[in-house]
Design a protein around this ligand. Structure first.
Ligand code: URA
Ligand code: CA
Length: 433
């Protein structure tokens, strides 16, 4: 086979065979196919797309390009969740213990944050003692014991995707639905998922700006999942404003604990129940999504979800008393400051990605992979879109261990708009089964 022939085929909108895709990914991973040929292929795919068979073949070729985590020693259906990235997205911290509390194993590998989006691993490190580096054997043992463990990514998973994603980033070919879908699905499958729940975000703070785009991406991923034997469901959720009230590592741990006690922010709680019921249902709880949801709701109110959180934190070396005294245990910021409303009205806009950048400037996120983060830094939104506010009332409180600069304050102020009328955005746009 010759790469140039495959490029020509895709350029003329012909279908690549499974063997051709496998050969291409194998030789690209081993560096026998140079970046410039792969760039041309990515651009041809960008313009001409891929059919269902090609997408599945590309996904599985990327899965097979590196290590695959074997979760078969864990009993039960291993359900993984993936979010396409948001600001203040605290769902994994809530979902891992919540879904475990109804008996479904959660064996989760998570990442660190970069830029304006946070990462679950950083958030967990805000709990003193919590260890995210766990051997593969211990990981399996923990999930069998407690139904839940969350660890940092290890091993050489989907090296083909790493190379291809970096290449797409510099050749303007990131925004191709078949390429995004196979990239995400290959990582979940290589990490050992039997079933997958996808949270596809839409709105200003998200990758997919419109509901239609988000829906197309979600449907493409669900089709790939089903084609390669993984039950997959998806939710299209709003990211026009940050999720919940807290953004920042320690602040989000506290928010997750509130939610597990049954009194978290409304939007975060609802999204966790929607995603959680899909995870629980795919994991065999209840005979419908409604029944799965009832089981989860019960555990948010009877203390079982919080108990699962305590067990999970303690098992990985963390201080479980954080569940009862978050303010006493979590890192505290030296400085805090309110940003107040300059007029009376209703909050009409909270630009999610810009607020995420403000949190990063306070120290909550990384500008580059090497930056150190401040686990106590971030911001707390007292108001969300649709809420009434009086002139002089606090909109947001900022937290940081460094002096809070005027730059951050004006960034927050510029990105929260107040009008006469505003209504809260729809949180869940669509559920795709
Ligand atoms: N996230 C991924 O993991 N891959 C993409 O291609 C885009 C977003
Ligand atoms: Ca949040």
């Amino acid at each position: 086979m010759r790469m140039i022939d495959l490029i020509e085929k895709k350029q003329h909108n012909q279908t690549l065979t499974e063997d051709e895709i496998k050969w291409m990914i194998e030789h690209y991973t081993s560096e026998d196919i140079p970046d410039y040929q792969m760039s041309a292929m990515a651009m041809a795919i960008y313009f001409n797309g891929m059919n269902n068979d090609e997408r599945s073949a590309l996904t599985m070729a990327m899965v097979e390009s590196g290590d695959q985590i074997d979760l078969s020693p864990i009993e039960g259906v291993k359900v993984d969740k993936h979010s396409t990235g948001g600001v203040g997205d605290t769902t994994t911290l809530v979902l891992a213990p919540l879904v475990a509390s109804v008996g479904v194993p959660v064996a989760k590998m998570s990442g660190r944050g970069l830029g304006h989006t946070g990462g679950t691993i950083d958030k967990l490190e805000a709990v003193p003692g919590f260890d995210v580096e766990v051997s593969q054997e211990r990981f399996v043992e923990l999930v069998n014991q407690n139904k839940v463990a969350v660890v940092g990514q290890s091993g050489n998973l989907t090296p083909a995707d790493k190379k291809l994603y970096a290449l797409r980033d510099v050749t303007s070919t990131v925004e191709s639905i078949p390429l995004i879908a196979s990239s995400i699905m290959s990582k979940k499958i290589a990490a050992g998922a039997d079933a997958i729940v996808l949270d596809v975000k839409t709105g200003a703070g998200a990758f997919m700006k419109s509901v239609e785009q988000a829906k197309e991406l979600a449907e493409t991923m669900v089709n790939i999942g089903e084609a390669v034997g993984r039950n997959t469901m998806a939710v299209i959720s709003d990211m026009s404003q940050p999720l919940g009230n807290a953004i920042g590592n320690g602040l989000e741990v506290k928010e997750a604990i509130d939610t597990l006690k049954g009194h978290g922010p409304e939007d975060l709680t609802e999204l966790c129940l929607v995603l959680g019921s899909q995870m629980a249902y795919l994991g065999g709880v209840g005979s419908s999504l409604e029944e799965a949801r009832e089981a989860l709701e019960e555990n948010l109110h009877n203390g079982k979800a919080l108990d699962a959180f305590r067990t999970f934190i303690a098992a990985q070396g963390g201080d479980a008393s954080v569940a009862d005294d978050p303010d006493g245990v979590l890192p505290k910021a030296k400085h805090s400051q309110d940003v107040t409303a300059e007029e009376t009205g209703k909050v009409s806009e909270i630009v999610a990605d810009q607020i995420g950048i403000a949190a990063m400037m306070l120290g909550a996120g990384r500008e580059t992979k090497e930056s150190q983060i401040d686990l106590a830094a971030g911001l707390y939104m007292h108001k969300k879109i649709g809420d009434s506010v009086e002139k002089g009332e606090a909109l947001v409180t900022l937290y940081s261990n460094k002096e809070i600069s005027e730059d951050v304050i004006s960034k927050v102020r510029e990105n929260i708009k107040i009008s006469e009328e505003a209504t809260a955005p729809t949180l869940i746009h669509e559920i795709i089964q």
